[in-house]
Design a protein around this ligand. Structure first.
Ligand code: GDG
Length: 478
């Protein structure tokens, strides 16, 4: 097989760019916002990296191109594959199954067939792009078969896999008709990374039970002599960059403008989520509305701003959720709001990073209450923006971030009364208490940023497979 020239290859469902139409009608690419891109960009640049992914438009066959110094390799998906591989198996089967079956996963054999076909296409592409002995880092649940498929084509490669979402307990994973194939797909990697150590343990236990391989602690020993390590690498954000943005005059001016537009309330509560049923938006808004109804908050001096970024709008469960939230917000504001004073200021839209930072700056209480979340970067972004050491974070125990952000007001998102008490506790806390908590959380977020996440994973990958592959140069040399 002919090899390519990239020493580091990222394989992800999406390319890190979005297609945009310029005012003159021509097409161009814009870097998509997000921590993963900013985390991997420096390491890609210092390692002749290439990024393989779908450009986000069905049916387009594009040649590899360079965008702002990054080498991008598009993989085409047909309209049917977008429906069956992406909306179907990835987001209709795996996403709910891996998030505690918060919604019912659907199992369709034609979705699975499309998943296999598309994963094989990504593996084939990676095999032609990677240089001899290169490192390939495969990202997330849409790509779980790629490690094994790639290993068969290119045994010389050092392969890592990282799962951004939770890995479910055995009792749930076992529902999947293709459970063994997924486990074997992941075992093609030398290192399988998870957000939390509990997820890594779930994986190793399932491998032992379902595939029958020998395991010891975080290691799996394969019959061919190869070994695979499963471990936790909690993802993070570019904290320094967020703080810099938050400190800028323009962000602070915009934050003041937002508060004025809200009627200068005494208290602004904030939720920012992709509009997803895992994020617990419905129960959170109910909890807050009950606090207003019970007289703990007054619409004259408090408002809850909920930003719900449009997401997966062609998937039925997401359309139903949107309608449910629309109805709930309408009912709450109809019952409890006043002219010019809604209980909930609801925004179904996505915003530039600058506006996100201004919202974080404007919020006294950030409410993050997913039923289950791999990490939740919004919680960490809020903390990074609070350089004044003020502001309160209410955080679900079931977000990966709860493991690190121990000083948040932690809640069980299924317990509405518990959420009410936590929101009230945060709202009535004194400044000293908020500062104590925020300082501790800020230390955690700034010490464990996304560069240390990427360097930590790649260094461990090199250690697991020392005799093969060129070393990857770290973002921040030790
Ligand atoms: C998955 C896992 C894990 C949101 N709206 C806008 C916007 N965002 C940005 C946020 C944040 C990111 O999107 C969302 O990240 P989360 O971690 O909160 O959630 P998921 O999208 O579900 O991410 C999750 C993550 O992967 C990383 O491993 O933490 O558990 O589910 O960065 O700021 N950004 C902009 N405009 C918006 O309207 N610019």
């Amino acid at each position: 097989m002919t090899t390519g020239s990239a020493d580091l290859v990222i394989v992800a469902n999406r390319l890190p760019v979005d297609r945009v139409t310029l005012p003159d009608g021509s097409l161009d690419w814009r870097r998509s916002p997000g921590g993963l891109v900013s985390a991997l960009e420096p390491v890609m640049r210092s390692n002749d990296g290439a990024w393989i992914g779908w450009p986000g438009v069905a049916g387009e066959e594009l040649e590899p191109f360079v965008d702002d110094g990054l080498s991008l390799v598009p993989v085409a998906l047909s309209e049917t594959e977008v429906e069956e591989f992406y909306e179907g198996f990835s987001n209709g089967t795996l996403w709910p199954l891996y998030h505690d079956v918060v919604a019912k996963p659907e199992f369709h054999r034609e979705w699975w067939d499309a998943f296999v076909t598309v994963n094989q296409r990504f593996a084939d592409k990676a095999a032609t792009v990677a240089a001899k002995d290169a490192t390939v880092w495969v990202q997330d649940y849409q790509m779980q078969l790629v490690p094994q498929m790639l290993r068969e084509l290119r045994p010389d490669l050092r392969i890592g896999f990282y799962l951004h979402i939770p890995f479910p307990p055995a009792e749930l994973f076992q529902q999947l008709p293709w459970r063994r194939e997924i486990l074997e797909g992941l075992l093609g990697a030398d290192l399988v990374g998870f957000q939390l150590s509990g997820a890594a343990q779930n994986f190793v236990r399932l491998v032992r039970q379902r595939v029958g391989h020998k395991t010891h602690r975080d290691m799996v020993y394969l019959p061919d002599g190869r070994s695979v390590r499963a471990a936790a690498f909690p993802i993070s954000i570019d904290a320094e960059d967020f703080e810099k943005l938050a400190r800028s005059d323009s962000v602070n001016a915009r934050a003041a403008q937002i508060r004025t537009a809200l009627g200068n309330p005494e208290r602004v509560l904030l939720g920012i989520d992709r509009l997803d049923y895992t994020k617990g938006i419905y129960s959170r808004l109910r909890a807050y509305s009950e606090l207003v109804k019970d007289g703990h908050f007054d619409v004259n001096d408090s408002v809850f701003v909920q930003v719900a970024t449009p997401s997966r709008e062609r998937v039925e469960q997401y359309r139903v959720l949107r309608d449910d939230i629309d109805r709930l917000v309408g009912r709450i504001n109809g019952d409890l709001g006043r002219i010019g004073q809604p209980v909930i200021a609801y925004l179904h839209s996505s915003y530039p990073r600058h506006e996100m930072a201004a919202l974080y700056r404007a919020a006294d209480i950030m409410v993050v209450t997913p039923y289950r979340d791999g990490m939740n970067l919004v919680a960490k972004e809020y903390v990074a923006c609070r350089y004044d050491n003020d502001g309160a974070l209410v955080l679900s125990e079931f977000a990966g971030a709860a493991n690190e952000l121990r000083q948040a007001w932690q809640v069980n998102p299924y317990d509405i009364n518990g959420m009410k008490s936590a929101i009230l506790g945060a709202a009535t806390s004194d400044e000293k208490e908020r500062t104590r908590r925020m300082k501790a959380m800020r230390k955690t977020v700034s010490e464990h940023d996304v560069a240390s996440w990427a360097d930590g994973f790649l260094a461990e990958l090199a250690a697991v497979r020392p005799s093969h592959g060129k070393p990857v140069r770290p973002v921040r040399p030790a």
